[in-house]
Write a protein that binds this ligand. Structure first.
Ligand SMILES: Cc1cc2nc3c(=O)[nH]c(=O)nc-3n(C[C@H](O)[C@H](O)[C@H](O)COP(=O)(O)O)c2cc1C
Length: 191
């Protein structure tokens, strides 16, 4: 039996990120669950920000933003960034910050992966601004990368240790890998 919960955007799991933007020259970060991938080639992502957020002002001002993925040890600081606004609190002082190729998208050193994005498209719907960003550069902590033929390739998700959120308002961490992509399904091939 299925129970109807009413309409809700129940897409699980929700990775938690810190969206970063410069507002009048000062870095600011907002906790977000509403972000995702729009395509691999070209590398497009989106973030959905309430129109009144301080961070939204910064993205509109510069046309750039960052998406920073905090590890679980940054849980309380990450939650704090979702409770207070840069309008009242200087959140730039919470982290060591670096800038990349775009020069205006602040990124957090202590986050193990950071996406530096340029706004490609922007539109508003209801109370949200949706920013579609082209990823201009991707930064990953060296010790989170797996090596292939002696070269660093993609990160090991267990080492990134991302914070996962659910609509029950609880935070989680990821579990163990359970299979290999484009392989597990082959057993159902006929012939
Ligand atoms: C777990 C969590 C998830 C959140 N997700 C979003 C989100 O996806 N979009 C959004 O606009 N605000 C989201 N918020 C709220 C903002 O982070 C919060 O209002 C923040 O204070 C905005 O900061 P700013 O005004 O400095 O930009 C979330 C907060 C928490 C704690």
């Amino acid at each position: 039996m299925k129970t109807k919960l009413g309409p809700m955007p129940l897409i699980y799991p929700i990775p938690i990120a810190l969206a970063g933007a410069n507002v009048e020259g000062r870095a600011n970060f907002a906790t977000i669950g509403d972000c995702g991938v729009m395509g691999l080639r070209p590398p497009l992502v989106y973030i959905s920000l309430h129109k009144n957020h301080h961070t939204t002002r910064g993205v509109l001002e510069n046309g750039t933003f960052s998406i920073n993925f905090p590890p679980t040890e940054l849980l309380s600081l990450t939650d704090y960034c979702g409770i207070v606004s840069g309008k009242q609190v200087d959140k730039s002082a919470l982290f060591d910050i670096f800038y990349g190729e775009l020069g205006s998208a602040p990124m957090i050193e202590a986050c193990r992966s950071n996406l530096e994005c340029r706004v490609e498209k922007e539109f508003s719907i209801e109370a949200r601004h949706i920013f579609v960003g082209r990823v201009e550069q991707t930064y990953v902590d060296e010790d989170c990368l797996e090596e292939k033929d002696g070269k660093p390739v993609l990160p090991d998700m267990r080492k990134l240790d991302p914070i996962i959120y659910a609509l029950d308002n609880r935070y989680y961490r990821i579990g163990k890998p359970i299979g290999v992509g484009y392989e597990e399904g082959k057993k159902h091939r006929s012939g």
